[in-house]
Design a protein around this ligand. Sequence first.
Ligand code: KIV
Length: 275
Amino acid sequence: MKNTVITFQQAKEKGEKLTMLTAYDYSTAKLEDEAGVNSILVGDSLGNVMLGYEDTIRVTMEDMIHHGAAVSRGVKNAMVIVDMPFMSYQTSVYDAVVNAGRLMKEAYADAVKLEGGTEVKEQIRAIVDAGIPVCAHIGLTPQSIHAFGGFRVQGKSEEAAKKIILDAQAVEEAGAFAVVIEGVPKKLADLITKKLRIPTIGIGAGNGCDGQVLVYQDLLGMFSDFTPKFVKRYANVGEVMKEAFQNYIKEVGSGAFPSKEHEYQIDDDIIEKLY
Ligand code: KIV
């Protein structure tokens, strides 16, 4: 069954945990969908894990559309949420609606996600009014990394914690159907989860949120440039891939690959005529 905003709301009401994973291509999205994840996030983290940038600032609308459309083609049941990249919504409410619309029309998104709280509530309201579901994202929001002075846990002081609670309430009030809470103390995320009617999706926010999200390369052990404390590795796929690549290189070198079973045949009397 297709996951929708109703699935998200019902999960919160029933106390059932929601699952979200990132994907950036058709094959991975298909596997995650078949595994039964509730939603697939085409995160702007693709700047780091797919394009090799140091941060998400350089990711463009075209990047998000290209990867979003590939993911959507692989998905039947999960809700596909596509990230709005840096400067595609901060500049004005008009830009926010136009760019959210492009992600729906050109990346076949089911919903969009954008970063920020009180300061983007008008954008969220306008996008929702245009009939597009919005997932908000508060706490350690990577597009503001330069303003934070690096990847730092947010909301540790009383003042900072109050600001994040106000952000959570503002995005709910503006009409977001869910909110990702990233990089905040568990007890603060627990409190926000209790205060909100919409589901909270945690990443580096403890297990009290209504759901969890992870970057799939982190979960599979495929990305070693930077591994945050909150990541759990469920497999060592990076090592398995490297070993397979090394075996391929070795077998091509020795002539062991391709072997008879990988060849196409032609009748000998035909080939003899060609010499
Ligand atoms: O871009 C992304 O992958 C994200 C998640 C880490 C929540 O925003």
